[in-house]
Design a protein around this ligand. Sequence first.
Ligand code: GTB
Length: 216
Amino acid sequence: MTITITAFERSPDRGNGLARDMRVRWALEEAGQPYDVRLVSFKTMKEPAHLALHPFGQIPTYEEGDLALFESGAIVLHIAERHGGLLPNDANARARAIMWMFAALNTVEPPVFERALANILERDEPWYEQRLRVLEKDIRKRLDGLSHHLGDADWLDGAFSAGDLLMVTVLRRLQSSDMLEEYPNISAYVARGEARSAYKRAFDAQLAVFTAASTG
Ligand code: GTB
């Protein structure tokens, strides 16, 4: 059955793979599943056809036969449950991998996302510097915990899993700051994720969309 996902027609991240279709593309590449991409504009995302797939008018979405999903975490979990390579077979290890998926999206991503948003929307506000300091303190609390847990391990819990995939995509959002450099083991962890061949294929695919939109 053909899998179709949606992604930005012209991503504001300029091909840096920071939009949330990247994690879905990466999961599909890890699972060895071919997929089609329907590119959508900001306008198209708010029109009835897309809203029928995604009530909040966003990307990414996922369609496979009569199944339609939104929410990148739910999509990655679906891919991981249906195909090998992203979740361990052992029940306890599997539960822990899913726990790390939630940790990435519920505990680490919120302050990271808030900081990115403040950089875009609040840079000219008088409170910007103060807000940034508060957000960066929150992020460091998460990075401290993550760094302590990771130690010198390659991945969060044994073999690479969907938990690592989501965590790496979240942490990449900090690469434009100096914060990751304060945590050499986390920087090395992100680099390990980015070195995976499935990651590279996903990254190149989304970059090709941006390049084509810029030159076409
Ligand atoms: N919780 C949802 C999920 O995980 O799927 C959130 C989906 C979401 O935020 N989608 C964004 C979107 O469609 C794109 S990824 N926004 C359009 C809208 O809401 O109208 C967020 C994003 C956007 C841009 C960058 N960037 O430029 O770096 C990074 C991430």
